[in-house]
Design a protein around this ligand. Sequence first.
Ligand code: CA
Length: 377
Amino acid sequence: MTAFSRMAIKIRSEQWLMVFLALLILAACSPGGAADKDSVGNRNPSSQQQTFKWKMVTTWPKNFPGLGIAPENFARLVDRMSDGRLKIKIYAAGEIVPAMEVFSAVSNGTAEMGHGAAYYWKGKIPAAPLFTSVPFGLNAQEMNGWLHYGGGLELWRELYEPFNLVPFAGGNTGIQMGGWFNKELNSLEDFKGLKMRIPGLGGEVFSRAGGTTVSMPGGEIFTSLQTGVIDAAEWVAPYNDLAFGLHKVAKYYYYPGWHEPGPTLELIVNKDAYDSLPADLAAIVEGAARAINQDMLDEYTSRNNAALITLREEGVELRQYPADVIKKLKEITEIVMQENSRSNAMFAKVYSSFDEYRKSVIAYHEISEHAYFKMRN
Ligand code: CA
């Protein structure tokens, strides 16, 4: 037995995040690793006496499974790694600012950090949704590849720089579900007149397909569906959708989530606050962000399975999007991406990087992941 495997056996469950982080730091120290492009830079050396107390505002309901727990995990990890020198208190949506004001609150320094999703800021920054998810775009594994080794994170930093914000990937749910409906979808005609909660670029595609896109934070979906404010909604996947009880107000559960194939959550830091950290605490923030980013995907991958079984037992009817509907949504997506690229220079710049990465990774994944899935099934 190697020293490493002996060590691995001794790890207690609550310590695994620390070990994951240590491995990340080891990886970052290797030639060509993430250390080449970290955000820590030249900073003051650490001072064991200096302590920081930060606030993190989030777009999530209090203690919401997965999405709301990730920021709590982040704060706990940073507290342990810094030996209490950086304490971060987490605030749910509405406790300091409403969900949709998280970006502004961190930008103006009301809070030092925020956790949410970049596509919520679409109205303010047209290119922001590209850092959450693109319809028919990258899956979770590929998003992480593009962000951390394909130039994506550098572009994200460039986009948020004018807002005095430093973004990090702060979680990924993996591919989501296609949403909850009370009628079956047989053709694109069935989208006509349908009011659906569906954010980001997926929402834009849905509008072009004849539907009416409604924006609202997750916490309002159940009541809005129940009272008829909306006819349909997408939220996340079985684990989170079960937690909101969406199966009690909608009959059909469509798959797959063409609009969100691997959405990245975001962790944003006020740049002045981030720059004030000594090198070790800045490295801890960066490493802890990488750890929770991966941890969320691990959690969803496991918990969605169990939740889907429960939903089926509760009588939920699963439906696959018809091939013809998907074909048309793909065509509309292409038009939406071209139009956005023409109307916004930064959108064009980011999407060009994204699309180039997408094409190259599809070529490789065709003979690796995709070939394996087909073979296994
Ligand atoms: Ca979603």
